[in-house]
Design a protein around this ligand. Structure first.
Ligand code: ADP
Length: 474
């Protein structure tokens, strides 16, 4: 979103070229122009707010030595594999079960740690190689801040350690001398409070988890996340933020909300529905003041919680972002089926259905490996929409190469090759839309809406894949 609004009227001439002229060089040219345009205009963007989940990620590199387990754990994994498991970490054996599954499938996954004792045990067993900004709200705030966009971030725990991980241009809300103020986040830290970590276990392709009777070999680089985050798991809103934010919305263009995936079905005396209700009443108040709301989805296991998000949050937002797997699971919550989630036509159909059902949603941005697809209604001209996607692909590639984005290192994202899978997916969508030009223009107008799908830059050996989706959608 930040990339687009300043650029009205600055589209490329990409669309008018004949299909046969397409090719790597022309695509690269389009990427370069889009990035230059956005960077030139970014100062004109209004303020952003990102909420609610900000945390600290402790990065652990997993290898066969750290995966050595005892007989009891081995038996536990075997039993769970044959008789079922809960996808929650109640004891240390559950962590190894999750790692085994994640490595075997080469899939990113996230389970909640359910007891403080297990969190402490993990902290004793594994040493992080790095502490990184975590949580969608924190990651998005840092990308925006690094690009020069003033961003107010919500942190459930404003510890000094947490605040030290923010980039420039990031602010927090604090009550000072009886008045709510927007202050640079580094000056907003509360002394004497401490953060807990979410554990990110990264593994490389070929990593082996092997015992006498079990074997898993990672088919690709990926990660498993063990989350311990009592405040964010309840979507607890910081009091200063909750009470002060509505009076601090001057120049704020977008409120970007995320973190519903961390909710649980039950708490002491409350349920997920109560927690969603509290956040939604804040969203409504903010929206009433003219600020647009973007919701970024994430993998949410509970169907009950997904249904409540669809029912209560979808009607109060203007924009929605997700990946292909998240779309399938939220379509299920809308009692709809996706035929093949790894397919551009299915993604297009799913987005169209969501926008048809929720007329308030004017923008949907979906990402899959190798391509992105976005549709807007009464919001952006097609070429501008496409340029915004080209920019976000460059940002994601930059983050995959360096782990963080700066204005300077964006050029490395630009030098990354464009995905062949992505090109195939765009071709497939062009055929479906029956528009030959779309394959080379990557954008079109359709039934009064702007549609764009682009093949993206995919980095061969990313330093990390955490937070790429968040970087893409803002
Ligand atoms: P997260 O939950 O970490 O934010 P998602 O699963 O939502 O991530 O999105 C990850 C997205 O990142 C993919 O859909 C893909 O578009 C992009 N991506 C993944 N790997 C790479 C890579 N190596 N280079 C560039 N982009 C990537």
């Amino acid at each position: 979103m930040v990339r687009t609004s300043p650029l009205r009227g600055g589209g490329l001439e990409f669309k008018s070229r004949p299909a046969h002229q397409k090719g790597e060089q022309m695509m690269d040219e389009a990427y370069k122009k889009a990035v230059n345009l956005v960077i030139k205009n970014i100062q004109k963007a209004g303020r952003y707010i990102t909420a609610f989940n900000t945390n600290i990620d402790a990065i652990v590199k997993v290898n066969s030595t750290s995966l050595r387990i005892n007989k009891k754990t081995e038996e536990y994994i075997k039993k769970s594999l044959s008789s079922g498991f809960k996808r929650e970490i109640w004891k240390i054996e559950d962590l190894y079960l999750a790692l085994f599954l994640s490595i075997k499938r080469g899939k990113a996954d996230e389970w909640l740690i359910s007891r403080k004792e297990v969190y402490d045990d993990i902290a004793k067993r594994f040493s992080p190689i790095e502490l990184r900004m975590g949580g969608q709200a924190g990651i998005m705030a840092n990308v925006l801040g690094a690009l020069g966009v003033e961003t107010i971030v919500h942190c459930a725990i404003l510890s000094e350690e947490q605040c030290s991980l923010f980039e420039k241009n990031v602010y927090a809300v604090r009550k000072m001398n009886g008045e709510y103020k927007v202050v640079p986040v580094k000056d907003a830290a509360k002394k004497g409070i401490y953060s807990t970590y979410n554990w990110i276990f990264e593994f490389a392709k070929g990593t082996e988890f092997k015992t006498e009777t079990l074997q898993a070999i990672a088919p690709r680089d990926n990660r498993f996340i063990a989350t311990w985050d009592p405040k964010n798991s309840k979507m607890e809103i910081d009091k200063d933020f909750k009470d002060g934010i509505c009076g601090l919305l001057k120049n704020v263009e977008w409120f970007v909300v995320s973190g519903y995936q961390l909710l649980r079905e039950r708490y002491n005396g409350e349920t997920y529905a109560d927690r969603i209700k509290e956040s939604v009443s804040l969203l409504k108040e903010i929206r009433k003041k003219g600020v647009k709301i973007h919701l970024e989805l994430a993998s949410t296991h509970s169907l009950k919680i997904r249904r409540e998000i669809v029912k209560k949050v979808f009607p109060v937002i203007d924009s929605l972002g997700f990946n292909e797997v998240e779309m399938t699971s939220f379509m299920e919550a809308m009692s709809k089926k996706v035929i093949d989630e790894h397919d551009s036509v299915s993604l297009y159909t799913g987005i169209s259905e969501i926008m048809k059902k929720y007329g308030n949603i004017r923008r949907v941005h979906a990402h899959d490996l190798g391509y992105y697809l976005a549709i807007t209604k009464n919001y952006l001209p097609t070429e501008i929409l496409r340029d915004s996607l080209l920019f976000s692909s460059t940002l994601a590639a930059t983050k995959a190469i360096h782990g963080r984005v700066t204005r300077k290192n964006i050029k490395d994202g630009l030098d990354t090759p464009i995905s062949e899978r992505g090109k195939e997916m765009i071709k497939k969508l062009s055929n479906h839309l029956n528009d030959e030009n779309f394959e080379s223009s990557w954008c079109m107008e359709l039934n009064g809406k702007s549609l764009s799908a682009i093949a993206t830059k995919v980095v061969k050996n990313p330093v990390s894949t955490v937070g790429l989706g968040d970087t893409i959608s803002i």
